[in-house]
Design a protein around this ligand. Structure first.
Ligand SMILES: Cc1ncc(COP(=O)(O)O)c(C=O)c1O
Length: 367
């Protein structure tokens, strides 16, 4: 007799489940978690206060349309709140976009070392992930455009990209957009936009405003230091906002997250402090790690990709094994097809100095 059992849709079991960065080092008292790109400064004290104030009425459902937060984001970025949707982290929004715009067998393009969630949301929605090569760990517009077929429905571009820290200048993003058919959705994932200092960069606000097929996703997990609350947002043309609002959970963002998000986005000084800390230590780390003889991919975000030699005893896995017992937790990037690299989040001054000192010791020890 055949035993019947529930079967997930095709693609689901092809997903390599996302493995988050490590957060503990067994037996180590003081751990510096530099594996998930959280800000070392933590959230704005005003965001913490707003979060705590919610503890007195946890019995209430949140405002399902997150009005107050969408208005605060609108004020901060000069956007129409009607063109904003909030999500439980930007991951939530990436899933929703894939579910709304992919039909079985449709293709979604992502770049070789692009953020891991893109193939996951694509397969989860029954689509087919299509990977395109990068040049110098950077997305390449020509190969993305060359990969577009009749089945292509989404192009996911993390700009800046995680885990490489590289980004495309606005001219290149515009060229990519110009080359895409109007029915292909361009998702500009600008999770790290707040850290970018270059004049030739634009997160996506202008393209969203002037086209019908571009979405920009942002997160409160990085510069705002609210990763634990799961809060993100996207801005998009009205028909896309309408589609996502139809399928999202009616209360996909919690009340404490909305309150903390409003306070965080209004605390511009705190954001500036985070940005300044990052600019200073990103440059310092790149220079100091470079001096040790390790190759570092130039980054515009709040993390660095460090490449290790192939020599036995000096590889990324060896470095990770050396750093972890010292409480220095970096991100392994094998799942990102970068088996001999580690990604390091810019940390506190103490953490940054400890990593450089430990890497120096690691490279000096006999193999
Ligand atoms: C490029 C990129 N997009 C999106 C996210 C997801 O952020 P969230 O915490 O808002 O889900 C991350 C988090 O690491 C990221 O690196």
């Amino acid at each position: 007799m055949t035993v019947l059992r529930p079967i997930p849709r095709p693609g689901v079991l092809d997903i390599e489940a996302y493995v988050p960065g490590k957060s503990t080092a067994p037996g180590v008292a003081k751990v510096f978690k530099l594996s998930s790109n959280e800000t070392p400064l933590g959230p704005s004290p005003k965001a913490i206060a707003a979060y705590k104030a919610w503890a007195d009425h946890l019995e209430d459902y949140p405002d399902g349309s997150a009005n107050e937060l969408r208005e605060a984001i609108g004020r901060a970025f000069g956007l129409d709140p009607e063109r904003i949707v909030c999500g439980a982290g930007s991951d939530d929004l990436l899933h929703l976009l894939a579910h709304a715009y992919l039909v079985d067998g449709d293709e979604a393009i992502h770049t070789r070392h692009g953020f891991l969630i893109y193939p996951i949301v694509t397969l989860g929605a029954g689509g087919r992930p299509v990977e395109t090569p990068e040049i110098e760990f950077t997305a390449d517009v020509d190969t993305i455009l060359a990969a577009v077929t009749k089945r292509t429905k989404i192009v996911f571009l993390a700009n800046p990209n995680n885990p490489t820290g590289t980004c495309l200048p606005f001219d290149e993003v515009k060229r990519l957009h110009r080359g895409l058919p109007g029915n292909v959705l361009l998702v500009l994932d600008a999770a790290y936009a707040d850290y970018v200092r270059g004049n030739d960069y634009e997160a996506g606000i202008e393209l969203v405003a002037t086209s019908d097929n571009v979405v920009m996703c942002r997160t409160f997990s990085k510069i705002h230091g609210l990763a634990a609350l799961r809060l993100g947002w996207m801005s998009a043309p009205a028909p896309i906002v309408d589609a996502i609002n139809r399928i999202r959970g009616p209360f996909n963002v919690t009340g404490p997250a909305i309150a903390a998000g409003v306070a965080a986005i209004e605390d511009v000084e705190h954001q500036e402090r985070s940005r300044e800390h990052n600019t200073r230590w990103l440059g310092w780390l790149a220079a100091e790690i470079g001096k040790l003889g390790l190759k570092v991919t130039p980054s515009v975000a709040n993390f660095l990709l460090i490449h290790f030699p192939e020599t036995k005893g000096r590889t990324a896995a060896d470095a990770d094994a050396f750093l972890t017992p010292r409480g220095l937790i970096l991100r392994q990037t094998t799942a990102y097809k970068l088996p001999n690299a580690l990604r390091m989040t810019v940390g506190t001054e103490e953490a940054n100095r400890l990593v450089v000192a430990a890497l120096k010791e690691f490279l000096a020890k006999p193999t």
